[in-house]
Design a protein around this ligand. Sequence first.
Ligand SMILES: [Zn+2]
Length: 315
Amino acid sequence: MDDGLAELTCGQMLYGPSYAFPNDTTPIATPAGFSPGVIPSLQVSPTFHSSLDTGSGPPDIRFVAADNVFFFAHVSLLLSRSENSFNALIPHDAFQRANLFAIAVPELSNVFTIVLHTIYGWSCTGLHPSTDDLSAALTALEVYGVPASTCLAPNSPLHALVLAHAALRPLEVFALAAEHGVEPLAVAVSSKLVGRTVPSIPEPLLERIGARYLLRLARLQLSLMDRLRELVLNPPQPHLPAATCGFSEQRTLIGTWALASARLSWHAKPDLSASTIQAVFNDVEGDLRCTLCKDAWRSRVRQILYQWTLAKRTI
Ligand SMILES: [Zn+2]
């Protein structure tokens, strides 16, 4: 190992021979203690090791993560994906260097491995990254000249993985999409936030989401409330006059409907469930005595439930 590595700072290059790192890999999750004068224990990424073969020759660049994990990669592939020569860390004459060189990066290995997986177009699902690690990796990718909108394009491996995280942490994923301006992801995740009021969102996440996406979320919730109100305030159609229930008797139907609407207003919210709507109307329906009125009532409730399920729930 090269003793000089202890002095390596972020962005600094270290030139030297192609060290023979073992192919059998060391777990990368353990950060090495880094004390002055102490040579750090070096580990190698299980995926980006010295024998990495992508069909384009052996690796010709090394990175050292903040926790002293080495990553081997290919200059040509990195430059083809990056819009800024990997934050100007890769010199323009990198191809001509005879010796493999190393670049220190500030990210921890569990984040930097996501960066490289994404650049190589490989899925990170097997890494089981946390949402915070994904967020940090996307920030790093932006720094290295790989736009998040490209990394998170629909049908990309990372898009599917981040979207899976939205099931448990929709706010964090929405913030991630908003701060990087990844519109398709923000739209997809917004459907999970229709019931989340703005005052209930923690301030750090509010800042990350930003005014533009918060406004769109608030408008979505308002439009759903308007749609619910519109549906519920529209009563059943009266039936033709019958022997026991003429037009005057059917005022009971309208009055009972108004009662149900008032009860429902206590439950009204953008993410009101169809089952709650059904339960409120079923509860009041018992006040009706006319079979034809009940039929009209149930028909109208079915229409409401159907149209409520069709309401637009994305920003
Ligand atoms: Zn009737």
